[in-house]
Design a protein around this ligand. Structure first.
Ligand code: CP
Length: 308
């Protein structure tokens, strides 16, 4: 059985997925991880459009596509006609005309994917159906990361209702935090956030803000650490003060918790090397590993798996 019955047109954000779809993607990712044969209709062509750097997302999508038998193409921005001023919708539409079935997009530009699809709603037409998949957009959405994190949490905990998650670090600039909060709060996870004033985002719903790290870590089942996103911050960050108050290390990390981090980790900033090198660091690599299976499940749902 594949998830061909579960048809997704695009993957924009977590908000636009209902809980049943999220659960089915996670279930399918774990089925594939446990040996189910993944499949895709033959002859699918997918463009990787990464306008921001990436290691995990880009290569796990590429690995997922290769394992599914799709043809993968790298869109090189600097060598593309976007650099000559071509409009993004026109670029995607030309890729559709050339024969592409999907574009996987990473961008720093907020709402680029939504804006592109809005043009379709407003009457501009793609040459043929082409799926847009969000691989991390601005500071607001990284839905495939939240889905793979959900898969990882489900491997550790049978029931998510009532679990206590602590998110710590640069929450304001983190699309991972926002997509995870959106997803996990819908599945009954209690979420505490802890960060210095300059990394807080008080507009976030369904979270409780804590004043200090130790207070936040009491009763935690899962701790999700985030990197300081220097590339999105103007001004000076007081690293020494940050490390003193917010770094997770061998001394303050709760013994029965799992440690998560979307990567990349800045060693000895948000996590000490000692903690990362300990057994607690294993979950972070498990997240990267689950990224492949989760993205295979997502691609089957979007591009059409075939029954096997
Ligand atoms: N988690 C994540 O998005 O990592 P990359 O930036 O390496 O893709």
């Amino acid at each position: 059985m594949t998830i061909s019955a579960l048809k997704l047109e695009h993957l924009i954000d977590i908000k636009s997925l209902d809980a049943e779809v999220i659960s089915r993607i996670a279930e399918r990712a774990l089925e594939i991880k446990n040996g189910a044969k993944p499949s895709l209709q033959a002859g699918k062509h997918v463009a990787l459009m990464f306008f921001e750097n990436s290691t995990r997302t880009r290569f796990s999508f590429e690995m997922a596509l290769n394992r599914l038998g799709a043809s993968v193409y790298n869109f090189e921005t600097s060598k593309s006609s976007l650099s000559k001023g071509e409009d993004f919708f026109d670029t995607v539409n030309n890729l559709a005309a050339i024969g592409f079935d999907a574009c996987i997009i990473r961008t720093s530009e907020e709402r680029l994917i939504k804006r592109t699809l809005k043009e379709v709603e407003n009457g501009r037409e793609f040459f043929k159906n082409i799926a847009l998949i969000n691989a991390g957009e601005g500071t607001s959405a990284h839905p495939t990361q939240a889905l793979l994190d959900f898969v990882t949490i489900k491997e550790y905990f049978k029931d998510l209702i009532g679990l206590n998650l602590v998110i710590t670090g640069d929450i304001r600039h983190s699309r991972v935090a926002k997509s995870n909060i959106e997803l996990l709060s819908r599945f009954g996870v209690n979420i505490k956030c802890v960060a210095p004033e300059y990394f807080k985002d008080e507009t976030l719903k369904n979270v409780v803000w804590c004043e200090n790290l130790n207070e936040a870590l009491e009763k935690a089942d899962i701790v999700m650490a985030l990197r300081i996103q220097k590339e999105r911050i103007q001004g000076i960050i007081e690293f020494e003060d940050y490390i003193k108050k917010y770094q997770l290390n061998e001394n303050n990390f709760p013994k029965n918790c799992i440690l998560m981090h979307p990567g990349p980790v800045n060693r000895d900033v948000e996590l000490s090397s000692g903690l990362l090198n300990s057994k607690y660091g294993e979950t972070i690599l498990k997240q990267a590993n689950n990224g492949v299976f989760t993205r295979m499940a997502i691609l089957e749902a979007i591009l059409g798996g075939c029954d096997v």
